[in-house]
Ligand binder design. Sequence first.
Ligand SMILES: [Zn+2]
Length: 190
Amino acid sequence: MVFERKIAWENEPPINDAISPYDLFRIPGRGTYNFIILSRQLHGCKLHYFKGRSIPHTEGGCEACENKNETRWRGYLAVCNASNFKQGILELTAVPAAQIAEKIKLNEPIRGKIATLHRPSGKPNGRIQLDLRPGKIPDKELPEPFNVIATLKKIWNVQDHMRTPHVLDIGVRSTTIEKLTGGNNGSRKS
Ligand SMILES: [Zn+2]
C-alpha cells in the first residue's frame, strides 16, 4: 500500500517570506524628487526608530515605548516615481503630510497630482519641502493605488498575531494631524 505524502498548499506566502514588490521612498538629503500620487487618501501612524530600524508604535504595549523611545509621526501615500514609473510608498513627515491632508479635507483630489519634494537644508533629516502641481495623466489612465497599509505591514514585518499598528485614516480623522503639527513641525532641523 502506498501512502501519498500530503503537501500543505496555501494561497499566499507567509508574510515573512513575501518580499514586497513596492519600495518605501524616503527623501534623501540631496536631490529633488517627483512623484505622481496614486492614493486618494493619506495613511499615517507613529513610528519609533528602535534597535536600528523604523518600527510602528503599537497600542496597548509597545517595546519601544517601554524603553522610553520617542515616536515620530509619518504619513504614507501610494505613488509612482515620475522618472521611471516605479510604484512605491512615499514617506512624509508631518508638515508635508498636513499639506496633503488639507487638500483631502477640502475635497481637492490628490490622485494624479505631481508631488515635488526636496530638503532645502541638504541634510538627510532636514525639513521636507513639498510642492504640488496638477498632473497630465487623467485619473482613469493611472494605475489603481495598491494597498498601502498591507504593504507597510509587510515592510515592517508586522505579523497577524502581533498587535496591528494604529494607522490613522486622515480622510476621516484630519483633526489628529492638526494637533500633531500645531507648534511642532514634526521634522527636526539640524
Ligand atoms: Zn510605542
